[in-house]
Design a protein around this ligand. Structure first.
Ligand code: HEC
Ligand code: HEC
Length: 311
């Protein structure tokens, strides 16, 4: 009897392991098709680079001005799962992504799959970048190829068990990565749809401005209502049109703040929003107005957990 139980347990464990192996296969969700012939638009690629905030994580920490275009990596990102070190994504063929094809790049951005077919950690916000149009991604890749190649050695991530097992990320992705590109919503007009694309795709605003569940996934029902800062200190504000958010900001207040860094109370952005704003200042006035129109169209949600206090 005991023997039969033991055999059954081993059998179940083997089925479990096979199931784990199958469910965590990085090839489970195939990346989008890439047009065979495509002439990249470098100006649009540069705009996507700024909208996507690539330099905030991939430039050397504290880099200013042109240095922000040397994507040598090295930023240490402390999270509840451990410390991530942003890699070199400069066109250097050895320590960067110089040898990557367009297909490699699109797979990383939309499926969180690295060049060797491994899962990438969602500290790289591909759950948002998956919404980007393939043509915008190809333009971005072409732009990255024009930036200076620079070598660097970035330390390995320092993560505790079981987060150090990349394969396990497949399970996380089954829940949090749907692989769907952005789809315009008929109830939003053209301008707010453009804003929705910029906010949800390249801008990845929800990644900072939302509460997360214990597995690190965005709490979609409360998206944009603010939440604890991922590094663990401080609170990121609510950007929905609730009274505890930015309900008293007009669309032009929002667009102006993103362009200039000055909020309606004449205070200027602080913390990680400083770099976001410096990048967004490169966007056209029309795109900033579109972002503002979309934020104004969001459902108003009260802040969690700490309501914004008047200061
Ligand atoms: C919030 C920080 C953050 C932002 C913003 C960010 N990345 Fe990353 N990125 C990371 C981290 C961390 C990794 C490493 C993931 C891993 O090792 O699994 C990464 C990995 C990558 C990789 C895979 C590199 C490799 O060697 O496997 C590529 C390509 C990449 N990022 C491109 C971009 C681009 C392009 C942008 C801007 C549109 C961007 N990233 C924005 C944090 C970020
Ligand atoms: C890397 C994290 C991060 C990302 C990404 C980010 N923000 Fe922020 N944002 C912040 C932080 C932190 C603050 C608070 C800044 C301060 O304390 O002055 C903030 C503040 C704001 C505010 C002012 C809210 C208030 O009540 O003071 C607005 C508006 C805003 N962000 C819009 C956006 C938009 C739009 C995007 C996407 C294009 C975005 N943010 C992406 C971190 C982020």
């Amino acid at each position: 009897m005991l023997r039969r139980l033991a055999v059954a347990a081993i059998g179940l464990a083997a089925i479990g392991a096979a199931g784990f192996w199958f469910l965590t296969d990085p090839a489970l969700l195939p990346p989008p098709e890439i047009p065979a012939e495509y002439v990249a638009d470098l100006a649009n690629g540069e705009m996507m680079f700024h909208a996507g905030g690539c330099s905030s994580c991939h430039a050397a920490p504290g880099a200013k001005g042109e240095e922000k275009k040397r994507l040598v990596g090295g930023l240490a990102m402390k999270t509840q799962f451990g410390t991530f070190h942003a890699p070199n994504i400069s066109p250097d063929p050895n320590t960067g992504i110089g040898g990557w094809s367009n297909a490699d790049f699109v797979a990383a951005m939309t499926r969180g799959v690295g060049r060797d077919g491994e899962h990438l950690y969602p500290a790289f916000p591909y759950t948002s970048y998956q919404r980007m149009a393939v043509t915008d991604l190809l333009d971005l890749k072409a732009y990255l190829d024009t930036l200076p190649a620079a070598t660097s050695e970035v330390p390995d991530h320092e993560l505790g068990f079981p987060f150090d097992i990349r394969r396990g990320l497949g399970l996380w992705k089954l829940v949090y990565l749907d692989g769907r590109p952005f789809a315009p919503r008929p109830m939003l007009g053209e301008e707010a749809n453009r804003g929705a694309y910029l906010v949800e795709g390249p801008g990845h605003c929800a990644e900072c401005h939302s509460p997360r569940d214990p597995f690190g996934g965005i709490d979609r029902g409360r998206a944009y209502s603010g939440g604890p800062a991922p590094e663990g200190d401080g609170h990121i504000p609510n950007i929905t049109p609730d009274a505890s958010g930015i309900g008293d900001w007009s669309a032009s207040d929002i667009a102006y703040a993103l362009k200039s860094g000055f909020m309606p109370d004449f205070d200027s952005f602080g913390g990680s929003m400083v770099a976001v704003q410096e990048n967004l200042a490169h966007l056209s006035d029309a795109d900033l107005a579109a972002i503002a129109a979309y934020l104004k169209s969001l459902p108003a949600i009260a802040s969690t957990p700490a309501p914004k206090t008047a200061d």
